[in-house]
Design a protein around this ligand. Structure first.
Ligand code: FES
Length: 111
């Protein structure tokens, strides 16, 4: 399988555990979440209507939309709470030294 192409998008020091950061990669808005379980990268636009997920809250691995309160598992993108019904797309993310890197392929293909 072809190795996904990773792009440096942030410094690890920019994002404390429990925090999020919005980044742009190839015209897409992506939210980087740092939790106790590690680094996670997802589409930053809620699948319910239009809201930027990084303006919401991160509680453990639960990413909560600021507009109507839908929640998603930031590790998988799965919907945890209504009103959203469609999962958030996830991306492969890794931390190399102080560099946080994202690939636009889903994490399952990077493992
Ligand atoms: S826009 Fe996110 S829950 Fe409605």
């Amino acid at each position: 399988m072809q190795e996904p192409e990773f792009h440096r998008i942030a410094s690890a020091a920019q994002i404390a555990e429990g925090k999020m950061l919005e980044v742009e990669l190839e015209g897409r808005s992506i939210v980087i979440c740092r939790t106790r379980d590690g680094w996670h990268a997802l589409d930053n636009v809620c699948t319910h209507a239009y809201a930027k997920m990084h303006e919401g809250r991160l509680r453990g691995n639960r990413l909560i939309c600021p507009l109507h309160g839908a929640s998603f598992d930031c590790r998988t993108g799965a919907v945890l709470g209504a009103p959203a019904i469609t999962p958030l797309k996830t991306y492969a993310v890794r931390c190399v030294g102080d560099d946080v890197e994202v690939a636009l392929q889903p994490p399952s293909s990077a493992k």
